[in-house]
Design a protein around this ligand. Sequence first.
Ligand SMILES: C[S@@+](CC[C@H](N)C(=O)[O-])C[C@H]1O[C@@H](n2cnc3c(N)ncnc32)[C@H](O)[C@@H]1O
Length: 195
Amino acid sequence: MISLSTLSDSLRFVATATRHPLKMGAVLPSGHYLVTAMAAQIDLREPGPVIELGSGTGAITDALIKHGIDQRRLILIESHQSFYDDLQKRFPDARCFCDDAYDIETLAKQNFFPKAAAIVSGLPLRTQSLKRKRAFIESALRLLRPGAPLIQFSYGLSPPVEEHQIDATLIAAETVWKNIPPARIWVYKASEHSG
Ligand SMILES: C[S@@+](CC[C@H](N)C(=O)[O-])C[C@H]1O[C@@H](n2cnc3c(N)ncnc32)[C@H](O)[C@@H]1O
């Protein structure tokens, strides 16, 4: 049975997606199976913060906490003001930023982020140019501890950036058929010779 808060989050998401389709890149928040599978990619033994980009109504954030990540380890970056305001209220122990996640490196430098255990992204990369997507993935990988993952989902079968288009290792981690629409989880890691 769907809870009232999930229903209200979904309605807010749909309303915002109708007004800003390119920024949202989805019509519904990520579903239970998708967010659980994304969180499961994170190794709880790895120290450092877990950074979430494009947190929206907090569907992935909830799954990260359920997976066992302490809220105090979370850094949430969301550009939409009203989603950001709610994230701050709902996750008071996380560090929240209302900012452009594509410029994550500047934000990390200005706010002294330690190297991260994982970066989880719900950003709608498909609406971005290849140049911007590559720059984003490369800058995110520079903020991670060695071997740590950038976890990104996409709708459709192809990755946001193919492995041959970027100096990184790409793993197709899981296809979540039960999400609406079905989604694929991609894991980018810095290639061993970089950094
Ligand atoms: C596809 S929704 C994902 C929301 C949530 N993580 C989920 O999985 O349900 C994309 C989210 O990214 C946010 N977003 C889009 N562009 C952004 C940017 N440049 N910086 C930060 N957040 C952004 C949108 O406001 C929206 O909340």
